[in-house]
Design a protein around this ligand. Structure first.
Ligand code: GCU
Length: 626
């Protein structure tokens, strides 16, 4: 995306507040218009596999900006004139009177910021990296919720929307020797035409909540690459594809440690090769990873890749040709102290708890999680469902909303396409079955398959109420039917057996959500809502019904940990969804935890061809399966 045209716009030349008319900014409401066409997306991504990222994490200057004064008064155009030299007063200075850590959610920094929804400005300076001649410099933002606008030394250099995927903005040619001032405006307002829209059952955190850094690459660099078993090759062929930053013709070289080394001809910036190979296949029990090195011109990337095959046959899900049952659990990115910002320790704890539950599968709800999640899942041997937040009442008739969803989907796939642990791309959650929704999500299913032919596509569908069946026309374009059902909680448990008996989906079904709220420590009769006993009874009945239904090939109870949500306000919830099998402290296990763990052991003995016994426990120190 070329932003040079933007600089011809008057935005950069204009002073913070126009001396000719110091009140002009009070009467301009299209203040965001100059930044609408500078948006970056999946095409501008740069693979960071094996690259060094120059971290810009740490304390940034920070201010909340509820009324978008920053755009109205062009805070980005401020010079660093000290206040004693101001001829006209300003409403903002870059003063370090207040800072916020990057990465973090502003909601968690000060109590009065907890429910803030609006814009905020992050500012820091950094020295220009000094690399070889021709080197190119990109800003990488791991994630900003929801919309971000980026300014370098007073110039607008790009924008991004989508709250859970990385974005890249090229800074090459704009950097000064010495200190450069970087400003990022982040806006977490919820809007009906966004993805997700303005109504969700999870907390709306805001900020630069994942890492920020600089990526330096040669003039011609590897923008994207894929290494995987060739679909349909029965594990006997590997396919490698490479996309360069420029449409040039060069040779690339791929080396897979101990397995293969090949030259790959790149023409017009793209190359693909397939070759015979017999890698040890990756699976939860044997998460075998191979070191991969890819060189093209002056660039080199490295990754650790697992080779596995995932596909469906009839009503079965086959991992490396074996029928597998997905013993799952759902997780949000949420923490009582850190909000949506996660850490290596938080991720590994999540996996430890999932493994203790007997799970081999995790549904990462309801948006792409941190990139370290799939990387660590590759190491420890867990299967993942990863999705975009096409959640509830999306503005399905809006082409711009589709463009947002399509971009987030492709960004998610580009980022994680070499992660063996990811087996399912989820394209929606609990969306009403309308013509507009069907067209929108059929488009997303096609986009997912175009971007990645090696994985399954699913969505968390709802029950067909009229026919009381597992039936959704979207199923025609899905490989696996995800089904969210809450028999025993939102509706009587008796309906579950009737539903399963009344359905003939013809392809594998995974119960993508089911469960019940229980406040940890709230004990009582199993018939009393919100008790631990009731939650355990519901999940017992759910797992019994699943075990008796051959076309159900997985279940992921909602959810591993209680999580924050503004919309749950009974005295037993008080802003938290209590369906966790573990309380929000991520330590206190409820009765249902043991219930599910016991069932998963039994289930794995019956259904799961991949592991006659549960996957070996992890060693937290090493973080890998034995
Ligand atoms: C829905 C939704 C979840 C929500 C859950 C619940 O299925 O997908 O995001 O939290 O139900 O009601 O707890």
């Amino acid at each position: 995306m070329d932003t040079s045209s933007l600089q011809r716009r008057d935005i950069a030349s204009r002073a913070p507040v126009d001396a000719a008319d110091p009140y002009e900014h009070l009467h301009v409401e299209d203040f965001a218009a100059p930044f609408a066409d500078g948006r970056v997306g999946w095409r501008e991504m740069v693979t960071v596999a094996g690259r060094t990222i120059l971290s810009l994490d740490g304390p940034w200057r920070f201010v909340l900006d509820l009324h978008d004064e920053g755009l109205r008064q062009r805070w980005y155009a401020h010079d660093d004139t000290p206040v004693i030299a101001w001829a006209i007063p300003r409403d903002y200075d870059d003063g370090a009177w207040q800072t916020a850590p990057v990465p973090s959610c502003w909601n968690m920094q000060q109590p009065e910021w907890m429910y803030f929804e609006g814009s905020a400005w992050y500012t820091r300076v950094f020295d220009r990296p000094h690399g070889p001649p021709g080197e190119r410099v990109f800003l990488r933002v791991g994630a900003a919720n929801y919309e971000a606008r980026v300014f370098l030394n007073g110039d607008f250099v790009g924008a991004h929307r989508g709250g859970s995927t990385p974005f890249f903005i090229e800074l090459t040619g704009r950097l000064k020797d010495g200190a450069n001032r970087l400003q990022i405006q982040v806006d977490n307002r919820r809007r009906p035409d966004q993805v997700p829209m303005n109504h969700t059952d999870w907390f709306n955190y805001g900020g630069l909540y994942r890492e920020v850094g600089l990526v330096c690459v040669p003039a011609v660099f590897i923008r994207d690459f894929g290494v995987a078993l060739a679909p349909g090759s029965g594990g006997a062929r590997i396919a490698v594809d490479v996309t360069l930053s420029e449409a040039c013709d060069i040779d690339a070289h791929v080396e897979i440690e101990g397995l293969a080394a090949h030259r790959l001809r790149i023409v017009g910036g793209f190359g693909r090769i397939e070759f015979e190979a017999a890698p040890e296949l990756w699976s939860p029990r044997r998460p075998r990873l191979y070191e991969v090195r890819l060189k093209a011109g002056d660039d080199e990337v490295r990754d650790r890749v697992g080779f596995r095959d995932i596909r469906v046959a009839g009503e079965q899900i086959l991992l490396n040709g074996e029928d597998i049952f997905l013993r799952g659990i759902c997780v949000h990115e949420d923490d009582h102290a850190a909000g949506k910002t996660t850490s290596e320790a938080d991720i590994r704890r999540r996996f430890e708890d999932a493994r203790a539950l007997g799970a081999n599968f995790i549904r990462l709800a309801h948006y792409p999680h941190h990139e370290r999640v799939a990387e660590i899942a590759d190491e420890v041997g867990l299967l993942l469902w990863q999705e975009i937040p096409v959640y509830w009442a999306i503005d399905f008739a809006n082409p711009d909303t589709f463009a947002d969803a399509d971009n987030q989907l492709r960004e998610m796939i580009r980022r994680d396409r070499n992660r063996a642990s990811v087996i399912i791309w989820g394209i929606g959650n609990e969306n009403a079955d309308t013509d507009a929704r069907f067209a929108f999500m059929r488009g997303l299913a096609a986009a997912a398959r175009e971007a990645d032919a090696t994985r399954l596509v699913s969505a968390a569908c709802l029950i067909n109420r009229e026919r009381f069946r597992i039936e959704d026309r979207l199923a025609a374009v899905l490989d696996v039917i995800g089904l969210n059902e809450y028999f025993g909680w939102y509706e009587p448990l008796e309906g579950l057996a009737a539903l399963f008996a009344n359905s003939a989906p013809g392809k594998p079904v995974v119960i993508s959500e089911t469960g019940a709220d229980a406040l940890a420590g709230h004990r009582g009769p199993a018939g009393e809502l919100f008790t631990e006993e009731h939650q355990a009874a519901v999940l017992t009945a759910q797992l019994d019904a699943v075990a008796a239904t051959p076309y159900v090939r997985g279940i992921a109870p909602w959810i591993l940990y209680d999580f924050r949500t503004e919309r749950r306000q009974t005295h037993l919830q008080r802003g938290w969804n209590r369906k966790g099998l573990i309380a929000a402290d991520k330590r206190t296990r409820k009765l249902a935890f043991a219930t599910v763990a016991a069932r998963y052991t039994a289930l794995s003995a019956g259904h799961d061809g991949d592991a006659s016994v549960l996957e070996p426990p992890l060693h937290p120190a090493k973080g890998v399966a034995t």
